[in-house]
Design a protein around this ligand. Sequence first.
Ligand code: PGA
Length: 239
Amino acid sequence: MMEIKFIICNDYDEMSHRAAEIFAAQIKENPESVLGLATGSTPVGMYSELASMGLDFSRIKSVNLDEYYPISPKNENSYRYFMNENLFSKVNININNTYVPNGEAADAEKECREYDALIDRLGGIDLQVLGIGPNGHIGFNEPDTELFAGTHVTSLTLSTVEANSRFFSSVDEVPKKAITMGMSSILSAKKIVLLISGKNKHAALKALLDDKITPAVPATFLKLHRDVTVICDKAAYEG
Ligand code: PGA
């Protein structure tokens, strides 16, 4: 039985610190690592800490989990913009080595195929950071009766549109679709760190504690992986 390892932290800052330490160790051990990155409010603290550690990102490559579709990279709510703001502009990474699905691709299906080919060409992801939705989504792999293996275009659930509307001026402005890595791309990462913070994520966290796997809670598929560490705060763990 492969068990998910849990690190329970006192608060958000401790969670961010523990996660940054894992990323820093990866970057030092292999300065050419391919990092799988995520957006959302959860990893912001980790990125800020990583940016202050004086690490050498010059040969690091990164691939992000997802992007709204359609959206311009200049839109402040795009995930490309988020990554530039929160990490890429603060470290010496070569921006040409940072990949986020193209929210402006004319042919979204082609973009998905090319994104999978890109991940393969990079040799796969060495270390992937994930957030989780209150509904158990990872990336934009939303609860459903079936999940997709590869990168695909997906419709956001109403609950995700509502959850993400806090960043937009109104719910109507939230793009209703996204391009997201699929379950296989995520589960192919050599190591995975899942960050969970806040009481509203307790139900999603609880679904990781037993032995069941269900597409109704996509994150439960992480139980199939050999090297997943959940770093959570007490609020998420205790509910
Ligand atoms: P959050 O989003 O970090 O903003 O809570 C996580 C997610 O929905 O995957």
